[in-house]
Design a binder for this molecule. Sequence first.
Ligand code: GDP
Length: 610
Amino acid sequence: MRAPEVGGVRLPDGRGQVLRLAQGASLSDFADKIDVNPSQLVQALFNLGEMVTATQSVTPETLQLLGEEMGFKVQVVSPEDEDRELLDSFDLSFGEDEGGEDDLEIRPAVVTVMGHVDHGKTRLLDSIRSAKVGEGEAGGITQHIGAYQITVPVDEVDRTITFIDTPGHEAFTAMRARGAKSTDIAIIVVAADDGVMPQTVEAINHAQAADVPIVVAVNKIDKEGAQPDKIRGQMTEYGLVPEEYGGDTMFVDISAKQGLNIDSLLEAVVLTADASLDLRANPDMDAQGVAIEAHLDRGRGPVATVLIQRGTLRVGDSIVAGDAYGRVRRMVDEHGEDVEEATPSRPVQVIGLTSVCGAGDTLMVVDEDRTARQIADKRNARKRNALAARSRRRISLEDLDSHLKETSQLNLIIKGDNAGTVEALEEALMGIEIDDEVQLRVIDRGVGAVTETNVNLAAASDAVIIGFNVRAEGKSTELANREGVDIRYYSIIYQAIDEIESALKGMLKPIYEEKKLGQAEIRQLFRSSKLGNIAGCMVLDGIIRRNAKARLIRDGKVVVEEMTVSSLRREKDDVTEVREGFECGLTVTYSDIKIGDVIETYELVEKPRD
Ligand code: GDP
């Protein structure tokens, strides 16, 4: 059988063999697997019209297409599959409770609060938190660790609920994008005086897509103009039919500000969980969970808030969280107290990781430090590859030219106070849609202050630095000033998005439109040793303006497309414009003018973008 030719390059025959390649693999990785020189694959793709280097990541479609041409069946392995295989190679697995039905015990529901900006999400989380102070919780909830637990009596039984303490769906979506399901129930807050707004709809969509039951908190009922019934009607359009209308969604009218009906809302959460979810987990196994927040603490080092999903986490356990590993040195709860053990649905701050993991990373206990480290190292390598793949855009030969000529790119470096916000911000910014002409690229991101390293990178790649709830440290402000690097600080996501969006719009090249000013006919010609040919004209229509752009028309044909009216006189006076019906003398930046020529002036006005 003849070996296949791909783009004129002779390559091995796959004969239907299955090839597994990681998402984000490069042509080098591919070449390794089929034992050819990477440059052959580069050449083949080049001839097919796509320019990629050997080490550059290529899209799954390209891998598949190239493979197919040679007769291979290419399977592009997703990061999730890859991670499963990685854990499998250590005889581990994530996401399953060990044992059978009998080993499962009831666990509290985990709740995220979502809704439109200013509808009262933060206020609600605050009032739930403080409503519980003095109800037996020593000292109340004093620490912002990213989540907290409260208890509420339902049918005379104390029930616990875990609240994720970052309002909004950005964090929820970012976590979900990583395959982390951290939320059991969503409370969607709608202000009764405002109604269903775009982010309300977004929140509903996110919750529904994640298959998370919704409880609706109709907030601000203390306000004049509050129309809780109208909200019920509006929500029905999105498939959320109130129980009192025969549906199965619980609506509770509350005032987060006055602390009104908070207990009823909590009860609704418990009842919704009981009705639609089977919230059980095996507490007697090595702990598994998800990191909902992580940051670098000056005194304590990397700190991650983990929500335990199954098993029990104990001080001394060897853990791996994403690409970070370590041993649990201490655990602290939302009351600022040390805890020795954390059971399912319990959020705890874990101290002892060697680096900062990402929000949404899974955490699991393994039997040995060495295993934790090996898994973390492998994930780290993979993350670096994936990141490189993401930041390199595939450019085909056709695109290349127009890309360089026409695209403006805004490079960003994002620094924030914790991994969740950085990720949420990046996600939100990447979601800005402007125009193909301008592109946004996040070239680096991280947790902590803006450092000199960040500024140097920004200077080298012409990037703007965004500091979210962080400031510049040491001499970085000075360096930034010297290098002309723009550092912008924000503490509100929407503000950052708005500003970046307008910056991107500002990068769009203006579109100009021609606006006709007027026409003049040359009736006489004078020679001036100083000015050259002076045209004695009659303005036929509109106006002739000094410094205006002009074209020269002779016998109905445009002879000169671009010239300028360089001087303009009426009688003996220099003037800026002359109107229809008047005579004038003018010179233009073109000398070969004749009697009978028509000078048409116009200006270019910027057309606003919509
Ligand atoms: P978020 O953007 O959804 O987190 O909204 P916030 O919790 O920051 O609340 C936005 C504004 O609405 C703040 O000024 C709150 O004090 C106010 N607010 C929140 N809940 C209520 C409420 O129940 N009644 C009244 N009158 N104002 C409220």
